[in-house]
Design a protein around this ligand. Structure first.
Ligand code: TNX
Length: 549
């Protein structure tokens, strides 16, 4: 990961694709007709327009002249139940602003001049919020802590890019006046990280959670098991991780999460209103499990560890009872560690399993999931199986028609949209990209943005679409810098599709707002792909504040 503010000041940021990313410039940036210049000049006027938020809010009503400056006297006021969100807001704003921003927890009405967070239902649903900025105070209201959390992310984006700095810089720290009323279009907005092909440690996963939370995504799907590695400790089958977790693509050391590691990820995500969805991929993609317990292998022969990138060769035998006691043990333990409602059972690319045996397998595993109290989520290959209450099919196809999925929807299933030609974050941006798959085509920013999750699949009504999720498979992604390169800037494009009302969909407006994220990432030391489709500004990143100021 690109490092500290000091490293950034050196001028050039290496992008993961090897191209040079223009670094922050201390001298005046080149002004030009299409180049937004992020100014660092102190002043009392807001420098970000109220609507320049990503994902774009449902409703924005600017009030010129009602800007609110943050000062040394600004207090963040919260009722006790809103304390965690108030603390997070303070933690996000203090490093760059250098302001004390004390959090006052007090059920009584705040004094004028405060930023107030209140759990008062503004009427915008479970994740909605309302933000009122006036010259005399700021008020953020929501029905739930999640709504407040989304409002906090909006507030953060309304301050200039310097707010991302880990050390104090000059503002101006002024919020634009007016009202934002906001709520999501879809209830499920997610991303998936494949920690099986290449393993990523807890801290790297937490950084991914930060990116999700920033753009109001609310689900992190962890692809925990595959041919190359088993990454989650299971007490009743300990060799799964000890043996099955010991390598990865390319033959590196791999790794796995202890139960406490996994709990830490779940807790950190929950604090940021992100639900973890664990995937145990069944019955295919199971070579790592078979290396640990050869008796699970259909032919009883323990296979070798696999460090390549092929798919579809391994499977659990649908016709053996041992398979189901194994699956019940694993799913039971993973469910017990997971507070979220979904258990993802994979189901993709079991090429060696005949269709009838595959269907019997899914028909037996879905009730096991239900028995743990969780709801079945699976790749859309599980569609032919019987309906299981609430079950969700993750559609990763690239065709607009899928009669089997449409039929499952008629039988009660809902669909999570991950069409590979739009949402797959492991695809190359262009044929020339340094890393990535290309089987679903190149996906640059416009391709990721210019589609409608509710309209992609024929014969599936919009009401059956739960939302969208963007998978990052990691056959070719081996470091955190490469994660960020693949994630950004496509993740915010998909986040906006998931959150913003359809009638705000507008490529020209979107790419202008996306461009403004560039200086924020640079200030934070986050890598990204400088897609030529986006008019990135020449960013004058604010200089560190002089000690005496
Ligand atoms: C297909 S998408 C897979 C994965 C690969 C991915 C690479 C899906 C459910 N299965 O096993 O990693 O393609 O793009």
């Amino acid at each position: 990961m690109a490092g500290s503010a000091a490293a950034l000041a050196a001028g050039q940021l290496p992008a993961a694709d090897g191209t040079a990313v223009p670094g922050p410039e201390r001298t005046a940036a080149v002004p030009g007709p299409e180049r937004a210049v992020v100014t660092a000049a102190p002043g009392r006027r807001a420098t970000v327009a109220l609507g320049d938020v990503l994902p774009v809010p449902a409703s924005v009503r600017p009030e010129p002249g009602a800007d609110f400056p943050l000062t040394v006297d600004t207090v963040i006021h919260a009722e006790p139940a809103a304390r965690a969100e108030a603390d997070r807001l303070a933690a996000l704003l203090r490093p760059a602003t250098g302001l004390p921003l004390p959090v006052a927890v007090d059920p009584a009405a705040p004094a004028a001049g405060a930023i107030t967070l209140a759990l008062v239902d503004p009427g915008f649903g479970p994740e909605g919020y309302r933000l009122d900025v006036t010259a005399t105070g700021v008020r953020l209201t929501a029905a739930t802590p999640a709504g407040l959390g989304h409002g906090v992310q909006t507030l953060r984006q309304l301050l200039p890019a310097g707010v991302e700095s880990p050390i104090p810089v000059d503002g101006p720290w002024v919020l634009p006046g007016g009202t934002i009323a906001d709520h999501p279009r879809f209830g499920y907005r997610g991303a998936m990280l494949d920690v099986a092909r290449h393993f990523f440690g807890v801290d790297e996963v937490l950084r991914v959670v930060d990116h999700l939370a920033r753009y109001k995504l609310n689900h992190l799907h962890l692809h925990l098991t595959d041919d190359q590695g088993w990454r989650i400790a299971v007490e009743s089958w300990p060799r799964l991780t000890e043996i099955g977790g010991a390598t990865q693509v390319g033959g590196g050391p791999g790794g796995w999460y202890t139960r406490d590691d996994y709990r830490r990820i779940v807790r950190y995500a929950a604090e940021r209103h992100v639900t973890v969805v664990p995937e145990i991929d069944l019955p295919g993609h199971t070579n790592a499990a078979l290396t640990a317990y050869g008796r699970l292998a259909p032919d009883g022969v323990t296979p070798s560890p696999y460090t390549g990138t092929e798919v579809g060769f391994s499977y659990l035998d649908p016709d053996r009872e041992l398979t189901y006691s194994f699956v019940a043990d694993v799913l039971g333990e993973v469910a017990a560690l997971t507070p979220g409602p979904y258990l993802h059972i994979g189901g993709d690319e079991a090429f060696k399993v005949p269709a009838d045996a595959y269907a019997r397998f899914v028909d037996r595993v879905q009730p096991i999931v239900a028995g743990t109290g969780k709801t079945v989520l699976g790749w859309h290959q599980i569609a032919p199986a019987a309906h299981s209450p609430g079950r969700v099919l993750q559609y990763w196809g690239t065709t607009a028609t899928d009669p089997v999925v449409a039929d499952a929807v008629r039988r009660g299933a809902r669909v999570l949209m991950s069409p590979a030609d739009r949402t797959y974050l492991d695809m190359r941006y262009t044929p020339e990209s340094r890393i990535g798959h290309d089987w679903a085509g190149a996906i640059d920013v416009r391709r990721a943005y210019d589609w409608d999750p509710a309209g992609y699949l024929d014969d599936v009504p919009a009401e059956a679409v739960l939302g969208l999720a963007a998978p990052l498979w990691t056959e070719y992604v081996a470091s955190h810098a490469e994660i960020e390169y693949m994630l950004l800037p496509r993740l915010p494009a998909l986040a906006e599709l998931g959150w913003s009302p359809r009638d705000t969909h507008d490529w020209a407006a979107f790419r202008r707002r996306l461009a403004a994220q560039g200086p924020r990432w640079e200030t934070a030391g986050t890598g990204y792909h400088r897609s030529p489709e986006v008019p990135w500004p020449v960013a004058a990143v604010p200089a560190p504040r002089a000690p005496e100021s």
